[in-house]
Design a protein around this ligand. Structure first.
Ligand code: DC
Length: 228
């Protein structure tokens, strides 16, 4: 049985940083499922589809393909065969991904691919619904969170370092709006699975979170699958 590690949590909690490091250290494949929703969102934006138009989105889902590739260990996202990894990190795509990930047609397409990957490989998969819906029998489930203020501050510093004009209040408001959408949608909303370990990183350094994660992964490895 492959090792499947599920890390869920809200935007900006540090999931991808932690998941990448754990994948590197333990030799697992890192699967960033958010990037798949982002690639779909980019496609809808390119086609000029309104995020509220479910029928148009459903139709567009039939003509889109999103796939993952790995280059020197780094995940690349392909949209209809084209590498869009560098184009899915804009605010516009973030918002569209949160809006369009509520639809069944979008989720079904991606969840199927995610399960297939985890069936064949040892993976660390991060997202919103990995422990609750995608991999309910994951070896280890972690819910990584932090207060909206702390997450906004982290993002603020990141953008400032890149020389961007930023406003902390506006960033926090956008984070809260995304949390609300992700947590309150009907299909696979973001929530902690009953058997997920809660890690609140609000008052922890990255190194502390990593140490805790390493211990959890080591314990899970020695326990075998789903605690059996
Ligand atoms: O993790 P991220 O910020 O790249 O995710 C972008 C959006 O995709 C997020 O707002 C909600 C959606 N998403 C989802 O619905 N399910 C996942 N497993 C991952 C992301």
């Amino acid at each position: 049985m492959p090792v499947n590690i599920a890390i869920d949590g809200p935007a900006g909690a540090g999931k991808s940083t932690v998941a990448k490091r754990i994948a590197e250290e333990f030799g697992y494949l890192y699967v960033d499922t958010g990037a798949m929703y982002r690639a779909m969102a980019l496609f809808f934006l390119q086609k000029g589809i309104d995020g509220r138009d479910e029928a148009a989105i459903e139709a567009a889902c039939r003509e889109v393909s999103v796939s993952l590739e790995y280059r020197d260990g780094a995940q690349q996202v392909l949209l209809n065969g084209e590498n869009v990894t560098d184009r899915i990190r804009t605010e516009e795509v973030s918002r569209m991904a949160s809006v369009t990930s509520v639809y069944r047609a979008v989720r079904e397409k991606l969840v199927q691919q995610q399960r297939e990957l985890a069936r064949r490989r040892d993976v660390v998969m991060d997202g919103r619904d990995i422990g609750t819906a995608v991999l309910p029998d994951a070896t280890l489930k972690v819910y990584l969170t932090a207060s909206s203020r702390v997450r906004a501050l982290r993002r603020f510093k990141e953008l400032k370092e890149r020389g961007e004009e930023v406003n902390l209040e506006a960033i926090e408001e956008e984070i809260i709006r995304r949390d609300e959408r992700d947590m309150n949608r009907a299909l696979s909303p973001l929530k902690r699975a009953n058997d997920a370990v809660l890690l609140d990183s609000s008052e922890m350094t990255l190194e502390e979170v990593l140490r805790e994660m390493e211990e959890l992964v080591e314990d899970a490895g020695s326990r075998g699958c789903c605690g059996c």
